[in-house]
Design a protein around this ligand. Sequence first.
Ligand SMILES: C[S@@+](CC[C@H](N)C(=O)[O-])C[C@H]1O[C@@H](n2cnc3c(N)ncnc32)[C@H](O)[C@@H]1O
Length: 231
Amino acid sequence: MARKEDVRSMFDSIAWRYDFLNHFLSIGTDYAWRRKAVREMGRMISPGNILDVATGTCDLAIASLKLNPQKVTGVDISQRMLEEGRKKVFRKGLSERIELILGDSEELPFGDNHFDAAMVAFGVRNFENPAVGIAEMYRVIREDGVVMILEFSHPGRFPFSAVYRFYFHYVLPFFGRLFSKDPAAYDYLPESVSSFPEGEEFMEIIGNAGFKDVKRRLLTGGVASIYTGRK
Ligand SMILES: C[S@@+](CC[C@H](N)C(=O)[O-])C[C@H]1O[C@@H](n2cnc3c(N)ncnc32)[C@H](O)[C@@H]1O
């Protein structure tokens, strides 16, 4: 896994372009994935108090307002990503409902059993130690509360898998380099996805943190997955 400091400075440097590149490179699919992930969570719980770990520019935090929580708290280690998120939250008039905190997923600045639900989208892969981050989510969720993790995975079926590989390893880094002015950042993306555990292996990590009823739902033929569990 990448070092925390490197991850922080990489996201600081691409923050200004993050939203544009996300939506452009996924042709807007990322919005639909977050909405589905939130719906999945809503089937398990009506949370009053939600934590969004690695909130970045707050798209998942904003999507989760569909569940009508009293409050969503977003945490991220990148000050610049949070600044972009804060501007967006302010623009949308949501500052009363979404609180943003600079903090580390592997050392969450909250007491035990604090949230009804904790979630993370495209963040776990970047943690220095994903198992520690997931254990921290477990700690801060109340008994019977829910965890939801949205993360990239690999589509298994040919020819979709071949098209995906070409897109992810060649097209995406090309546009990433072109638009973000950070050549390393969009090489890092496919590398970090390739090396990250998925499916049963990842479900075992979630289970080892203490979560039960761990489930996975595939999105877009397996390009991404929603994992859920209950404390
Ligand atoms: C790919 S972005 C995802 C942002 C957002 N969740 C979304 O759906 O667009 C990954 C985020 O994880 C954050 N991150 C990485 N390691 C972290 C850590 N240890 N603690 C908190 N945030 C972290 C990065 O700063 C970055 O904002």
